[in-house]
Design a binder for this molecule. Sequence first.
Ligand code: SAH
Length: 225
Amino acid sequence: MRIDIITVVPELLDSPLNESILKRAREKGLVEIVIHNLRDYTDDKRRTVDDYPFGGEAGMVMKIEPVYRCIEHLKSERHYDEIIFTSPDGIRYDQHEANRLSTLENIIILCGHYKGIDFRIREHLITREISIGDYVLTGGELAAAIITDSVVRLLPGAIGDEESALTDCFQDDLLAPPIYTRPADFNGWKVPEVLTSGNFAEIEKWQEEQSYERTRALRPDLLER
Ligand code: SAH
């Protein structure tokens, strides 16, 4: 898989995409992540990528030309399955969307900044608009990092234990059961007995029950889907 991220602040994406599981996934060649500095796609001497909004509102707007150039340049090199814009008014990001994106070959993620981007970019170049929640960030970079992180960990081989991603929260619309490790008794705080019983059928049954119970208690909306 290849993920191209277009940004005016590439530095914001450095560490989230270069440590731990993402770092290893990139080293193993499971994913190629390429960061593009939007300022490299302007002829402007001062490398300006924003301008005042028509209508005289407060805040600066990302200009259409550099974004258009960058996206067209990428599209001339390969086919993109999805060209995503991170936006608070996009569809709400969830595990279903992460699963879907992880099956695609090439995607672009465009990060907004300042007041936002010229709306024509959204009308003519973008194929999907994604919000990571009902709050406003200073830029789309952290949203892009979240999308990338959640997608890359789903790629086969990214996580050591292949099954691990399948038993996470939200796969099957259920929350994950509680997990524990040694010691089985810490100052009297005990691990549920069934987990140390060695009876795998019982353990599986317990985990399933816990999943349903926790989902019913904490996120009943998931069960209604
Ligand atoms: N004026 C815009 C907010 C601009 S915030 C509005 O009211 O909708 C600047 C940029 O941060 C946005 O263009 C978007 O790319 C990103 N951003 C902010 N909040 C976000 C969210 N919840 N999800 C995804 N991207 C977000």
